[in-house]
Write a protein that binds this ligand. Structure first.
Ligand code: DLL
Length: 433
């Protein structure tokens, strides 16, 4: 049976959703214009005033916001309420430049928790579940977001945070965790460890809610098979609130965007032009219900496609595809666009685990793409000719997928460092930026 947290909203008619968006967009733009000088200047530069924005049809007139703007306005420059109304900050895991800091009023946290509660119920969660949250807690939004959602659903919430795999598995067995929330790479690692220790009979997991990084369908199958669960995708970003901006339902074909809170657009990442329905492009969000940090036309850099077709689950909110890559993590190798997800698809199709690293170097002005991938214990062998035959098979498969030559190095099982949070898959040594 399909479960909804807020059926009257999640299954509303498209006309009703559009009416809510129009109703909420207009005052939000006015409020941001009046309270956020940084954005007011951007609007003035574009010659737009709040009076020009009468409905969602006028959205394209507004200027974009980028991560660069957030860095320039750091820390308080995009705040739309007095600081004393804020009760929380969260921050991105950004490794370069300044961190991005997002602010929340209590109302913002309540809405965010509701979005996450929708995700948990779409994964079959109820107040009878034990929700095991091993996303990081703290500045990262993963732990606090799913924790809040789980409370709203009324599930027993295990605020495990990340790390200490032995303890994670112990609690999972002892407390009978039924829903696992973590990054897909950590889920794959947990699954691998549970299988190796012969503990599959002792776990009661039925579903997983995995997101915060790219993962492929093949990886989903692998986790589902090893843990005997249904694995659901969840998407979000700190700037827009955190996890739960969109989430998968039982149909597992795209993630429903919580359109009563966020208006999505797909744009051409090069020109900024809004693309017609069904186009692949960069996802842009406008927040229409947030108090403290209502970003307008925020460029996510995530490349995906929106699907407005009716979903068998009954939800009417538009579905976004899994992000196919980021307009800023797309690698350009010898002029060819390469997404790490394409490499992962080849590896998993050929039966390799999702433990790999992509290393890009440049020698004599020529780019070199090397993929190091672990063999499974069954594949591992001392016979060098067998290993090189395997490497050759992967080189050919990569060439067919990407159109370029890739150096493949097979390495022994368990030699690539595991991650407890987001996996670091790409090491670009070219220093192009
Ligand atoms: O990763 C929020 C989150 C936490 C989402 C837990 C889901 C679960 P940030 O650290 O700000 O926020 O990173 C946001 O991560 O722009 C995407 O590029 C990527 N991302 C998030 N979810 C997915 C997903 C959190 N399901 C950035 N698939 C986003 C692929 C994802 N990429």
């Amino acid at each position: 049976m399909e479960r909804y947290y807020q059926p009257e909203i999640e299954c509303a008619s498209r006309d009703q959703i559009r009416a809510w968006q129009n109703e909420r967009l207009v005052p939000t733009v006015k409020r941001v214009y009046e309270n956020v000088p940084y954005y007011r200047h951007l609007m003035e530069k574009k010659g737009v005033t709040p009076d020009d924005i009468k409905s969602v049809d006028d959205l394209h007139k507004l200027p974009f916001l980028t991560k660069e703007d957030l860095r320039k306005a750091y820390p308080y420059g995009l705040l739309a309420v007095p600081l004393q109304d804020c009760v929380r900050i969260q921050s991105t895991s950004g490794t370069t430049g300044r961190r991005v800091v997002a602010f929340y009023t209590q109302h913002d946290i309540d809405l965010w928790d509701e979005c996450c509660a929708r995700a948990i119920m779409a994964a079959g969660g109820t107040n009878e579940d034990v929700v095991h949250v091993c996303y990081g807690y703290g500045l990262f939004t993963g732990g606090p977001g799913l924790n809040g959602g789980s409370h709203k659903v009324g599930s027993l919430t295990l605020p495990m945070s990340s790390g200490n795999t032995d303890r994670q598995i112990q609690f999972m067995c002892d407390l009978g965790s039924t829903i696992l929330c973590c990054t897909p790479s950590y889920a794959a690692y947990l699954a691998e460890t549970i299988v190796e220790r012969g503990l599959t009979d002792q776990i009661k997991l039925k579903a997983g809610i995995f997101g915060a990084e790219a993962w492929t369908e093949e990886m989903r199958q692998d986790i589902q098979n090893k843990l005997g669960i249904k694995a659901y995708d969840i998407y979000g970003l700190t700037e827009i609130s955190g996890p739960g901006v969109s989430f998968e339902c039982s149909d597992q074909h795209g993630m429903h965007i919580n359109e009563d809170h966020f208006i999505p657009e797909i744009i051409d990442p090069k020109t900024g032009e809004v693309l017609p329905e069904g186009s692949v492009g960069e996802l842009v969000f406008t927040c229409i219900t947030k108090d403290a940090f209502p970003l307008l036309r925020y460029r996510t850099r995530d490349i995906c496609v929106l699907n407005y077709e009716k979903c068998p689950c009954g939800r009417t909110h538009v579905r976004m595809s899994k992000p196919m890559g980021r307009s800023d993590d797309m690698l350009i190798i010898k002029g060819v666009n390469v997404f790490p997800s394409q490499i992962e698809t080849v590896l998993l199709n050929k039966g390799y685990p999702a433990n790999y690293q992509i290393i890009v170097t440049r020698e004599n002005n020529t780019d070199k793409l090397e993929v190091q991938v672990e063999m499974t214990t069954e594949m591992f062998s001392d016979n060098l000719s067998q290993v090189s035959a395997r490497e050759k098979e992967l080189v050919d498969a990569m060439k067919a997928m990407l159109g370029i030559y890739v150096v493949v190095k097979l390495v022994a099982p368990k030699t690539i460092a595991r991650s407890e949070g987001k996996a670091v898959r790409v090491i670009d040594k070219r220093k192009l930026y």
